[in-house]
Each structure stands twice: as structure tokens, then as C-alpha cells.
Design a protein around this ligand. Structure first.
Ligand SMILES: C[S@@+](CC[C@H](N)C(=O)[O-])C[C@H]1O[C@@H](n2cnc3c(N)ncnc32)[C@H](O)[C@@H]1O
Length: 276
């Protein structure tokens, strides 16, 4: 257990909510390290175990070609199941400090975050041996697949060069954290979907039925960040309007009875874009 079994700790006021419905992460301080500490500091929490299984299954169906993770944050773990199935991986995020964390891991720097527990989980979910050597091999494969690590901004229109440029796009726990009103969330998901080529695949994971999530820094200070309170119905209604027909949609909805990092429900999906 992580957040829920701790004694009361000072909780900072949520950052001021913008009237645009778009939450600017430049308002955060020390997000990357605190986020890693909260969600990725130990063994994979339940929501990540569920997502690992989903991604392992879905990765095998991906079109080969270029895969983009947008809003990757300081993390690499959602790409561990993807790496064997695609030719190239591109990673984009809004915050320099997140990109710097990923770069440290890419370079295997001494102070890089340790993802080995997540790599082991991924290998076990794929029915593969998860020895130290196997973990190292999967992480090296992922490092070799990452060819672009750069900035993006989902609060602005998708750059022309990136439109429809990817055979597959992953966006995990990001769209509802940036577009925090229903309308702004739709706008952000629409921008994410702009990156997907006709016939390509969109993969997403989202917090469900939650309006905030907690991030705890190393001193124990917890900040509640806002997110759009979205449901399975919201996704089922939006995706066809963005060119992802219902027939090509696989969606899982999970209630988490005993949340170990405060996440109470999640949605995960893979959707095939129409031919355009
Ligand atoms: C809750 S974190 C999710 C990180 C990671 N994808 C994961 O699954 O743990 C939300 C991410 O959205 C990114 N983000 C915030 N504003 C953004 C924007 N305007 N454009 C793109 N990404 C943004 C943040 O930097 C942060 O890394």
C-alpha cells in the first residue's frame, strides 16, 4: 500500500483551475520526480498491472512502423511491451524535466529511474522468462527503438509535419489531465488522434470517474492535480466522431476496489482509425 495507509499528511491546495479547461503543467513544480515517487517507486500498482496485461495483448496486433507515445511524462514502461512489435518509437512530452528523466534512462545514467520491476512484470505478462538478463535485454531493445525524444504541446493544434504521421499512437493518463473540462478533454483527444495515420491504431489509458489525482513528493507533501471526470460512455461517444469506428474499438473498464496509489477506476482502449 502506498498513499492510502499513510498518516494524514499536509495536502496542498489544487493549482488554480483555468477557465479554458486546459491545465498548463508549467504551473507544477518538481512534477517528474514526485510523480515517479508516487506511482512508480515500487512494484507495479494494480492499475499498472492491468494496463501491462492489456498492452502486452494489444502490442501483438500493432501495425509495424512508427509508434508515438505522446505525453510520456518521465516514464518509459508503457513502451516495454510495444518495443518488439514496432520499427521505431518516438516519445513526446510537454515538460523538459520529464524529457530529462527519460533521457537519463536512455543513457542508463546512475541517477536514472529504475524500471526493472515494470520490465519484469511485462515479460511475465507475455509468458516470457523474466531473469535479470531478460530484463536487461528488453530494456536494451527499447533503448534501441527510441529514435526521437522531444517536446509537444497538446494545448495547441497538432503540427502539420506530425499529422497522420504514425502507424500507432499511445497516450496514457494524459489527455484527461491536460483537458480537464469535458470540452477541453475532447479537444485534447482530438489532437492526439491527429497523429494517427489512416488505418492506424490509437491506444489510450485514462483515469475514470475521477476529478483529481494525488502526487506525493519525497518530503511527503501531497498535491491534488485536476483531471476531467470521464466515463466509458464519453469515450464510446467521442471516438467514432474522431474517425475511429465502434467496430474497431476494444475497451476495458476497471473499478479498483483496493487502490494502492489512490486510482479508483481506469479505462484502457485500442482503436483502429478508419481509412480516412
Ligand atoms: C499524469 S502524467 C502521465 C505520464 C505517463 N504517460 C504515465 O502514464 O505515467 C500526464 C503527462 O501529461 C503531460 N502533459 C502535460 N501537459 C501537456 C501538454 N500540454 N502537451 C502534452 N503533454 C502534456 C505531462 O507532462 C505529464 O507527463
Amino acid at each position: 500500500m502506498f498513499l492510502t495507509d499513510q498518516p494524514p499528511i499536509p495536502v496542498t491546495a489544487p493549482p488554480e483551475l483555468p477557465s479554458s479547461g486546459l491545465f498548463d503543467f508549467n504551473a507544477t513544480t518538481g512534477f517528474a520526480r514526485a510523480y515517479l515517487h508516487t506511482y512508480y517507486g515500487g512494484e507495479p500498482p494494480i492499475d499498472e498491472q492491468l494496463l501491462s496485461r492489456f498492452l502486452v495483448r494489444e502490442a501483438a496486433r500493432l501495425p509495424r512502423g512508427r509508434f508515438l507515445e505522446i505525453g510520456c511524462g518521465p516514464t518509459i514502461h508503457h513502451l516495454l511491451p510495444i518495443a518488439p512489435h514496432v520499427e521505431e518509437i518516438h516519445m513526446l512530452d510537454y515538460l523538459d524535466e520529464n524529457l530529462a528523466e527519460v533521457q537519463r534512462w536512455r543513457e542508463a545514467a546512475d541517477d536514472a529511474h529504475d524500471w526493472r520491476a515494470f520490465t519484469r512484470r511485462c515479460l511475465l505478462d507475455a509468458g516470457l522468462p523474466a531473469s535479470g538478463q531478460a530484463v536487461e535485454a528488453r530494456e536494451s531493445l527499447l533503448r534501441s527503438r527510441i529514435v526521437r525524444l522531444g517536446k509537444c504541446n497538446l494545448m495547441q493544434a497538432t503540427p502539420a509535419n506530425d499529422r497522420q504521421a504514425y502507424a500507432a499512437v499511445g497516450c496514457f493518463y494524459c489527455a484527461e489531465e491536460v483537458g480537464i473540462s469535458p470540452a477541453a478533454w475532447e479537444e485534447v483527444v482530438s489532437r492526439v488522434s491527429d497523429y494517427v495515420a489512416p488505418g492506424g491504431t490509437l491506444m489510450m489509458a485514462a483515469l475514470a470517474n475521477m476529478s483529481s489525482y494525488a502526487v506525493e513528493d519525497a518530503t511527503g507533501r501531497i498535491t491534488q492535480y485536476p483531471c476531467a471526470c470521464i466515463t466509458e460512455d464519453d469515450l464510446r461517444s467521442l471516438l467514432p466522431r474522431l474517425g475511429f469506428p465502434a467496430e474497431g474499438l476494444r475497451l476495458e473498464s476497471h473499478e479498483i476496489d483496493h487502490p494502492d496509489v489512490g486510482v479508483t477506476a481506469t479505462l484502457m482502449l485500442a482503436a483502429r482509425k478508419g481509412p480516412g
